[in-house]
Design a protein around this ligand. Sequence first.
Ligand code: MRU
Length: 326
Amino acid sequence: MRTIDWVDGAVELVDQTALPGRFHVIRIDTVDGLVDAIRRLAVRGAPALGVAGALGVALAARDETDPLSAAARLRAARPTAVNLAWGVDEALGHLDGGFEAVLGRALRIRDEDVEACRAMGERGADLVRELTGRDRVRIMTVCNTGGLAAVERGTALGVVRTLHERGQLTEALALETRPLLQGSRLTAWELGRMGAPYRLVADSAGPFLLARGHADAVLIGADRIAADGDTANKIGSYALALGARRAGVPFVVVAPETTVDLATPTGAGIEIEERDPEEVLSVRGARLAPEGAHALNPAFDVTPHDLVTAIVTERRVIRPDRGERP
Ligand code: MRU
C-alpha cells in the first residue's frame, strides 16, 4: 500500500482523517485541493508532505496559469516540516522542462522515500540493539511515523516494523498524541495491521513509564532537524526526551536526510505551527471545555540536541550526545 501516489493524472492519498474507522482513498487534481488536504491533515507526516509538495508542483505545472504562485501556496500550507518546502523546491527546479520533467522529479522523490525508509529501518534496528544491548526490546514512540507518514514503511515506526519482522520487538508503547490523536488513531492502526504487540498510553504517562523502566528506547521521527541537531517533532517529544535522559534510556530520532535543514542553525529558528485552538477544546467534534475557554495549540516542539542520543538517516548515524552535528 502506498499512502500517496500519482495515479492516472491525479494525486491519490489515503485520507488520514477517516482512519481508523474508514480506509478511504481520495483523488485530488487541483493545487488548492491538495493545499486543503495538507492543512486538514488528510495527508501528513514530514516525508509524505515532501512527496505531496512535489506532486502538487506537477499539478501546477500542468494546470495553473501561474505555477510559481501555486507552488508558493503549497509551500506555505504547513510551516514546520521542512520536507514540504524541500519537495516543492526540488520539483520547481524542473519547471523549465515542463510538466513531464516536474512529474519525473516528483516520482523520483516518491521512490527515494521508499528506499530511504527501508534503509532507516535496517540501520535503526541495528542501532537499537547496539544501544540497548538487548535481543528483544520495548520501544516508546509518539505521533505517527509509519507508512502513513511516508510513502510506505515510515521512519521511527519503520524501525519498529523492522524490529518486529526480525522477532526483536517485545512491545511498542505508543503515546496517544493529543490533540489530534495520531498515536491512538494511526499508529495503533498500523501496529495492529503489522501484528505487532502494542499498548497505547496517555501522553502524560510517557516520562513516568520511562522512569519505571517500561521501555528500552524511545524512537521518534522529525519534522525538521537544525544544523546543530536540535529536532522539531510532534508536541510531547521534548517531554519524552527529558524523561528518557533522566531514566538513562536512549532517545533516537529517525528521519531522512531531507529533514535535515542546514540553513537553520539552531532549533530556535524553527517555526512552530500553531493550530486551531478548537482542536484542544474539543475531541473529534465533541466540545469538552466550557463555553468561553481559550486554548494554545502548538503542533510541534523542539528537543535540544544534547538530549538526543542518535539521529538515524538512510545514510548515517549521527551522535549529538558525542558532539557530532548533522
Ligand atoms: O502534525 P503531523 O501529524 O503532520 O505531525 C507529524 C509528526 O510530528 C511526525 O513525527 C513527523 O512528521 C515525522 S513523520 C515520519
